[in-house]
Ligand binder design. Structure first.
Ligand code: PGA
Length: 250
């Protein structure tokens, strides 16, 4: 049985006091949850305060990005080592906004993973095709390239700390969710590919999250799909009521 994960990606939103308020509300409303993992990813400047707000709750802390070196002369960057130091259990790597706006490549993303493996952080590796890629029939080859590139030289043992998030770029922040069939098809493809690249154990244990306009009214149907093990939620994770309902999917 794969334990589902519901992760909230707060992106570039919320001040320290707003983050603390939301995290405190979530910690209170979700204190009874133990059959699924709950993760929230505030901005860097809010990590310490949020960590304090969710202490002694089932909620885990994630960062939205990291730098692929541990420490040194890298002005303005934050490494997995310091994310662990501030209290993170997870780091999101390769989000499509970073691939698009900051031109992150699979090679850079792979380097970030390998640096994160030197810490105890777990990794949410994001992949997903654009609308052009889907419309021109390249969806599966794009996903394959992102998986092979992002996971280059990763061992089966290291895969224990990896979670994949499939986020079709055309569904992010657009209100357009992939249909449950489209999402299931992509997730199944990813799981089969992981079996080829690693082994059956890795493929059957890895959690594959869906992301892209997940809301209270579509989460239940998505979570019923065999290969969907959770959600990476952007917009709807910013409102306590919506995120609590998503965590409590049926
Ligand atoms: P969204 O974002 O839920 O607002 O579409 C998802 C994401 O980018 O992780």
């Amino acid at each position: 049985m794969r334990k589902p994960i519901i992760a909230g990606n707060w992106k570039l939103n919320k001040t320290i006091s707003e983050s603390t308020e939301l995290a405190t509300q979530l910690a209170h409303s979700l204190s009874d949850i133990n059959d699924r993992e709950i993760v929230i990813a505030p901005i860097f400047t809010c990590l310490a305060a949020t960590a304090a707000a969710i202490d002694n709750s089932p909620i885990q802390l994630a960062a939205q990005n990291c730098y692929p070196e541990t420490s040194g002369a890298f002005t303005g960057e934050i490494s997995p080592y310091f994310l662990q130091d501030v209290g993170c259990q997870y780091v999101i790597i390769g989000h499509s906004e970073r691939r698009q706006l900051l031109l992150e490549t699979d090679a850079l993303i792979n380097k970030k993973l390998h640096t994160a493996f030197t810490t105890e952080l777990k990794i949410i590796l994001c992949i997903g095709e654009t609308l052009d890629q889907r419309d021109s029939g390249q969806m599966l080859s794009v996903l394959e390239q992102q998986i092979k590139g992002g996971l280059a030289n990763v061992t089966a043992a290291q895969m224990n700390s990896v979670v994949i998030a499939y986020e079709p770029v055309w569904a992010i922040g657009t209100g357009k969710t992939a249909t449950t069939e489209q999402a299931q098809e992509a997730h199944q493809f990813i799981r089969n590919l992981l079996q080829q690249l690693f082994n059956l154990e890795v493929a059957s244990q890895i959690r594959i999250l869906y992301g892209g306009s997940v809301k209270p009214d579509n989460v239940d149907a998505l979570m019923k799909q065999e290969d969907i093990d959770g959600a990476l939620v952007g917009g709807a994770s910013l409102k306590a009521e919506d995120f609590v309902r998503i965590v409590r999917f049926n």
